[in-house]
Design a binder for this molecule. Structure first.
Ligand code: GUN
Length: 282
């Protein structure tokens, strides 16, 4: 079997330029202009390129976005003060702090400072807790984008076996919860899982977010499964994911590419969350 390639770039473009653009126009009629602030600390190349994509997508949907840049030496206190200011600014509907942060700044403290109603990354304890409880909330962007990509394939997850490889707070854990909410049977795997291959053998959907280049290959996945590859790595100037695309695409029925798969969907979900926050905050 040769897999259909699920283009996150195309799915995101459609959502941004139809659904989200229309929602923004409706908000504009009520004099609400959705606005996102991205806090960027230091000069990491990868972070700068993610942030540039966020700005590009914001323009496509017609929302305002601004980047607040800080030197890597900025104090934790300064970042906390800025978040406080943003929390109190009625013209701002969403804020994210681009991760990773320098070691001297506590990610926990920073995330705890963000007003959950403006937490468009869905990283605050309040929003993570609501997701866990199945309450309506701002859902973190990569898991949300993954669910939208699966929906775009017409897959009904009810009763299906989903194997998640990777247990991060940003991707693995929340995406497992979202799949459970859609009545999938979810198996969580990670770096210490014994006999990973047996956990993959009966998967209908495999979601890989381990952060290791080409960690999973075609020999490990069953014929006809759907593969979602969350990883992105630059190996000798060439981008690849956590999945060996060449071999996996010979076994899967559908697979996400790297680049152009999950990445654009994550950014699209961020813009969508900002619009949702603006609809709620007004
Ligand atoms: N760094 C890598 N992915 C993300 C993300 O989804 N949100 C934030 N804030 N930082 C990131």
């Amino acid at each position: 079997m040769v897999a259909k390639v699920i283009s996150g770039r195309e799915v995101a473009e459609t959502i941004l330029t139809t659904d989200l653009k229309n929602k923004v126009l409706e908000l504009n009629k009520k004099n609400i202009k959705p606005k996102l602030i991205v806090i960027l600390v230091g000069d990491m190349k990868a972070s700068a390129s993610y942030v540039a994509q966020k700005e590009k997508f914001a323009v496509k949907a017609g929302i305002e976005s601004d980047i607040m840049r800080f030197e890597a030496t900025v104090t934790e206190e300064e970042i906390l003060t800025q978040i406080d200011n943003i929390n109190n600014d009625k013209s701002i509907h969403g804020v994210i702090v681009q991760l990773p942060l320098p070691d001297h700044i506590s990610v926990t403290k920073v995330l705890n400072k963000i007003d959950p109603s403006k937490d468009v990354d869905g990283f605050t304890p309040t929003n993570v807790g609501k997701l866990f409880l199945g309450e309506d909330t701002l859902v973190s962007c990569t898991p949300k984008g993954i669910m939208q990509m699966l929906a775009s394939t017409g897959t009904n997850l009810s009763g299906k076996n989903v194997t998640v490889v990777g247990r991060s707070n940003i991707v693995g854990k929340p995406v497992a919860i979202l799949c459970l909410q859609q009545h999938a049977t979810v198996t969580m795997c990670h770096s210490r899982t014994k006999d990973l291959n047996s956990k993959l053998a009966d998967a209908d959907v495999v979601i890989v977010a381990v952060g290791i280049p080409k960690f999973i290959n075609g020999d490990q996945i069953p014929e006809g499964c759907i593969v979602i590859d969350v990883g992105i790595h630059n190996i000798d100037g060439k981008l690849c994911g956590d999945v060996d695309f060449e071999s996996a695409s010979q076994k899967a029925s559908a697979i996400t590419p790297v680049p152009g798969g999950v990445g654009p969907m994550t950014v699209c979900a961020l813009i969508e969350n900002t619009i949702i926050a603006a609809e709620r905050i007004g």
